[in-house]
Every structure is written in C-alpha cells, then in structure tokens.
Design a protein around this ligand. Structure first.
Ligand code: ZN
Length: 462
C-alpha cells in the first residue's frame, strides 16, 4: 500500500484527455490528479510509471450493474463482481437496487447494502435506490443517505420484492424526484404491447411445440412497441414534472427519432444502451442459446446499426453493461426454453474490449469510448468532478489499455461468480493491462495487486 501523501507520475505517449489524445504526464498526489503536463515535464527524482505502448484511458464508470448482495449472493457478489470490474478496467460502478434482498427501496435497506459491501470492494461502488409502488416517503431518506438516484420498472422486474410501477405510481413519485432533483432511471417497456404480442394467434402457434427454443419466439414476445410507447410516456412525464429521466438499456431503434426530438426541445432525458445490443444480432443466435436472453431483447442486425448511429450522433449518451448474472441452472440450458429462462447477460469484465471491438470496426476512436463509458456515465451519477476523466481534481482512476491485442474469451478467465456469457469463445480486440484506483495499482496483467481497495461512494460525500 502506498504511504499517505505519496506523489508519482504516470505517463504515456497516448493519453486520452477530455479534449483529445496526446502524450502527457499525469501527476498524482494522495490518489488525486494534481497536474497534467507535457510528457517530458517531470522533475528529477519523482517516481514515474511508464505506460509504454499502452493507451492511458480514464477508468470506466459503469452505472448499470446487478451485484445481488445481500440476499442473492449465489447469483453474484461484491467480491467477485468488483474483481471482474477491476480486470475489465472499470474503477467505479453504481449498483442497481434490485435482485438483492432486501431491495434498496428504503433507507434501512440502503444501510444493509452498504454494510454488506464493506471490505469486499476492489473498485469504488455507489448505489441507486428504487421507486416501487408506495415508497414515495422513502425517497428523500434514501437520497440523504447517499443514493445517487432511483430506478424503476414499468414491466415486471422478474423478482417479487421489486414491484413495477404504472403511470399513477409515477405521478406520485415524480413531484418528489423533481423536488430532490434526483434522476429517475427507467426500465422502459410497457406491459400492454407485450401481453398483446403474446396473445396473438401467430405467437401462440410459434411458441407451441418446441418453438420456445427459438430465439425468434423470445424476440416476438417483446415487441419494439413496448419500448417505444414507454419512452413516449416518460418523455411526456419528464416534461410535465420537470424531472430528469434516464432510459436504461435502449434496444428499440424505433425510439431514436422520438428521443432526438425531445432532446432538441431541451427535455431532461438521457439514454444508455448496452454492449450486447451493439454486438449481437437476433438472426445469429442459435436455438436454445439462453445466455443471450435479456429484456428488452437483442434485436435485428439493422436495429443494431441504427443504435450505433444514435450513439455516434449523441442521441444515445452512454454505454453501461446491465451485468445481470444468475446461477447457470436458471438459464435452463438443457431445456433451452427462452420464455422460461432467467433474462440477464453477464459481461462486466468484457464491456470495454467488447464495445471497442465493434467501435473500431465502425471507425470510432478511443476518445469516443471515453465519452460513452467514462465521462457520460459519471455525469449521469453526477460524480463527474471526481470520476470518469483524466483531469485535475479527479481521482487518479485510469487504465493502461492495449487497443490492438486480439484474444479469445475463455470463460475460466472471467472473475464473475458464474462464467456463463454470450461472449464465450468470441474474438475481441483490446486488452486491459493494468488498472489504477485512486493512484493504487489494483490490477496488473491478470494479477490483483491490491485487493479490496474500493470504497462505498455516497452522494454528497465524494
Ligand atoms: Zn438491469
């Protein structure tokens, strides 16, 4: 462990700074970036860590992660998830309020969650609270306790202790969220289009007699209309109440035009998509391959390209993983039943190389990655003064990244509790060589050099 007031320099020929990529020296004092100078402007006698051929990129901020502890630690857990994060170049993550027991919908549950995280964190972790029917009175206490904002579902979440909300519930919660000026993150699918799709004669025919093993059956059960209608409602409500709304895991590209128009009007709406929607295409998913099941679903190839275009022009603000693992048995691999298997994709350790592989192929640069996966998510959680950029005053969270390394995903090299992932066997470009958290090297070429250096982040106490 470094002594207090330790000063050193990390430098590289390619450092991705907020205003572009150049050779630079990052001067670090007490785990914070004190200065950024030219590559050669380093006083004699100062310790220097050289990035060599690697690119220096800000540590990633992932604002959509399910860790499931306490209560469902057999699904994931703070130790395994944050080790996977460190190995994947993520130095800050904000955890979702559901799948743990209790769900983070009361200040008491928030305290239980932070207590259970203590001593287990390899990276910094903050928490979203939850909006569920009837918990409006808990929102201010959660916000005061340190939650960074609130998540809700418009459709069944899959777990009993985190109930979905309808428009009436939203109308009860939004004045309070507007008063607090707290962001509301929404799983934006409405139940009616889903029910209609599943009751159609065409769907019933398709899902009978082994049809549940076909990916197309799952896709047909979650139509784009469910997302499109939810997003239209949310844009309207955000405007009516003056509350900031964030659409999590956008999949339907049909919503892009609507979001673009709302943003042009100045609506307080932000949007994320996930690595899997940017990587996979429905037509390439094999029968019974339930590791690809998530909601909303991975859609057609043409939809994926529209999402890339929306990310490129800024309509989609950021990329977050929605890392949501479960025990492999819940994925029902033997039956291969897409309708009954748990929905959720494990990808925490793979998000940077996964997105970079696809981004580079489409002509994007690492400065785009830094915007989508570092600074924009930090802004969503309003931690951008400390996290998500290589800038003076920010925590010295950064990685050494080899953007040219090619490698194949071997599940046994993943640190998630469960290794099942749709990326297994896939060839990816880009490797995380080392990860630094507040100036400490926490990961170095496959080794964790300083375990449990992470902290619980609380809103207002960074
Ligand atoms: Zn999620």
């Amino acid at each position: 462990m470094n002594p207090p007031s330790y000063s050193f320099v990390a430098r590289g020929r390619r450092v991705v700074l907020p205003d572009g990529e150049r050779a630079a020296a990052i001067h670090i004092r007490d785990g914070v970036i004190a200065a950024i100078t030219g590559f050669d402007e380093v006083r004699p006698g100062v310790d220097v860590i050289e990035a060599g051929d690697a690119v220096v990129l800000a540590g990633l901020v992932d604002t959509h992660v399910h860790i499931n502890e306490p209560g469902r630690t057999d699904w994931e857990g703070f130790s395994t998830a944050t080790q996977a994060a460190a190995a994947g170049g993520i130095t800050t993550l904000i955890e979702m309020p559901l799948n743990s027991i209790p769900a983070t919908t009361t200040a008491a549950a928030y305290r239980q969650k932070t207590e259970s995280a203590e001593g287990k964190l390899s990276v910094d972790v903050g928490f979203w609270g939850g909006v569920v029917p009837g918990n409006v009175a808990e929102l201010a206490p959660l916000w005061e306790a340190g939650a960074f904002g609130f998540k809700c579902f418009l459709v069944s979440s899959g777990v009993d202790e985190f109930k979905s909300v309808n428009e009436t519930d939203l109308r009860a919660a939004l004045p309070e969220l507007a008063r607090l000026d707290a962001p509301l993150l929404v799983h934006a699918e409405l139940p009616n289009p889903i029910e209609a799709a599943m009751q159609s004669a065409k769907f019933r025919q398709a899902s009978a007699g082994g049809g549940a093993k076909k990916y197309a059956t799952w896709l047909a059960s979650r139509p784009r209309a469910a997302e499109n209608e939810a997003i239209a409602l949310l844009i309207h409500l955000s405007g009516e109440f003056g509350a900031p709304v964030h659409i999590v895991h956008l999949s339907s590209s049909d919503s892009v035009a609507l979001i673009q128009k709302a943003k042009q009007r100045g609506a307080r709406v932000t949007v994320e998509t996930c690595p899997h929607y940017l990587t996979f295409a429905a037509g390439e998913i094999s029968d019974a391959a339930t590791e690809f099941k998530c909601a909303p679903p991975i859609r057609e190839r043409e939809n994926r390209e529209q999402l890339w275009a929306a990310l490129g022009d800024g309509t989609i603000d950021l990329v977050a993983t929605d890392h949501s693992p479960c025990p492999p048995s819940m994925k029902l691999q033997h039956e291969g039943d897409f309708l009954r298997a748990w929905g959720g994709i494990a990808s925490l350790q793979l998000s940077l190389p996964g997105v970079w592989t696809e981004a580079r192929r489409r002509g994007y640069a690492l400065s785009d990655i830094a915007r989508w996966m570092c600074s924009a998510p930090a802004k969503l959680a309003r931690i951008e003064k400390r996290k998500g950029s290589i800038a003076v005053g920010c925590d010295a969270d950064f990685i050494f990244f080899n953007p040219d390394a090619q490698w194949r995903v071997a599940p046994e090299r993943l640190y998630h509790r469960h290794k099942m992932t749709p990326y297994a066997g896939r060839e990816l470009t880009g490797a995380i060589e080392a990860t630094f958290l507040r100036g400490r090297k926490i990961f170095d070429h496959g080794e964790f050099s300083d375990a449990a250096a992470g902290r619980v982040l609380r809103r207002g106490h960074l």
